[in-house]
Design a binder for this molecule. Structure first.
Ligand SMILES: Cc1ncc(COP(=O)(O)O)c(C=O)c1O
Length: 375
């Protein structure tokens, strides 16, 4: 059996007719950049996220960028975030000219540790960007308390957390602005690049809508440094169709996670993910943590030999990337992040996974681990 890491084709097959119809309507009305399909998606997604406003943009990276710009964050400001993330979280801080300041993760959830955030606050701190990594919300209450106390903005990077919940509140609706990616492999994925910001703040929403379209409150009038970050009409159409299925897909992901948990939690040397008591985890990624980097790499190689594709998210933390050498961080600065980076392995995880596939992956893991234990 072959178990791919992701199977976008299987999902496409299940919604083909709906997608074709929606895309055809954009082709007919030629609203290729923004337009009615994007507006409809913005209304639907704001309501899905339990927020008043949604602004569609061209990627998750663009979402983070316009969010920080709209909040007035810039040169001389510090923004606290996690080094255990996809690099875009940190790019956005750099794009506005601010300085990223890292705080380590909580090892139980892999999301930013509020105590580490508190310790990283300085006079220059303007914002905190928690990342709801792998589909599980960060512990937002203590983060909001720190933000209140020091008068900071909170921008949620919810790129991996569509439909996730923190104490019943949707990811993205908790801080000042929530940022989403609809990159094709995401839980809600476009058929190309797309992203969105959500907020309850009307002036902020208006500002972000202007920024994504050349900072243009009216045609050829530019009131700030703007960007071409518009969402494509075709992506709006695809996302409208897919949003109707998102809750079913989330349920299916949670079932896959439950089956993995039953199979793998009893296995020695393998740590399965924890769903925090405050969270509804949407399992964008399903992370195993192994006892060492060698064991992680050996398991990945063995699974590869058995035609099971796995991934590493993320093998080099951002504080150790060459692009961020100038920040002066070193190996050992964020031990929990470095541990997760060297020991985590992402298993295949998507709604269309069959029971047979889950059993196959789990059996291979059990076989490999008992084989290693006997050598
Ligand atoms: C945590 C996180 N932040 C930001 C992004 C950036 O999104 P995009 O690839 O749509 O620019 C991604 C996705 O790749 C992500 O996983």
């Amino acid at each position: 059996m072959d178990v791919p890491f992701l199977d976008l084709g299987a999902q496409y097959e299940s919604i083909k007719d709906e997608v074709h119809e929606a895309m055809e309507s954009v082709l007919e009305n030629t609203s290729f950049a923004l337009g009615p399909a994007v507006e409809e998606f913005e209304a639907n997604y704001a309501s899905y996220c339990q927020t008043d406003h949604c602004v569609g943009v061209s990627s998750g990276t663009a979402a983070l960028h316009v969010a920080l710009h709209a909040l007035g964050i810039g040169e001389g400001d510090e923004v606290i975030t996690t080094p255990h993330t996809f690099v875009s979280t940190v790019w956005a801080i750099s794009y506005v000219g601010a300085t990223p300041v890292f705080a380590d993760i909580d090892p139980g959830t892999y999301t930013i540790d509020p105590e580490a955030v508190e310790a990283a606050v300085t006079e220059k701190t303007e914002a905190i960007v928690p990342v709801h990594l792998y589909g599980q919300p960060a512990d937002m209450d203590p983060i909001l308390n720190i933000a209140d106390e020091h008068d900071l903005f909170v921008v949620e990077d919810a790129a991996q957390a569509h439909g996730a919940e923190y104490k019943g509140q949707r990811a993205g609706s908790i801080g000042d602005i929530g940022c989403f990616s609809f990159y094709p492999g995401k839980n809600l994925g476009a058929y190309g690049e797309a992203g969105a910001v959500v907020t309850d703040d009307a002036p902020l929403a208006e500002k972000m809508a202007e920024l994504r379209d050349h900072a243009q409150p009216e045609k050829y009038v530019h009131n700030d440094l703007g960007y071409n970050y518009r969402m494509d009409g075709l992506q709006g159409a695809v996302l409208n169709v897919k949003l109707r299925h998102l809750d079913d897909w989330t349920d299916a992901r949670r079932r896959v996670a439950q089956r993995y948990e039953e199979e793998l939690s009893p296995v020695g040397g393998v740590e399965t993910p924890h769903e925090a008591s405050y969270a509804k985890h949407v399992y964008h990624l399903y992370e195993l943590q192994m006892a060492s980097e060698e064991e992680r790499n050996a398991l990945q190689d063995d699974l590869d030999d058995s035609n099971v594709s796995t991934g590493l998210h993320y093998p080099t933390p951002i504080h150790l990337q060459e692009a961020y050498d100038h920040l002066g961080y070193e190996v050992g600065d964020f031990l929990e992040t470095e541990r997760a980076a060297s020991r985590n392995l992402s298993l295949p995880m998507y709604p269309e996974m069959t029971d047979e596939m889950i059993s196959y992956v789990s059996d291979k893991i059990k076989q490999k681990i008992s084989a290693h234990a006997n050598t």
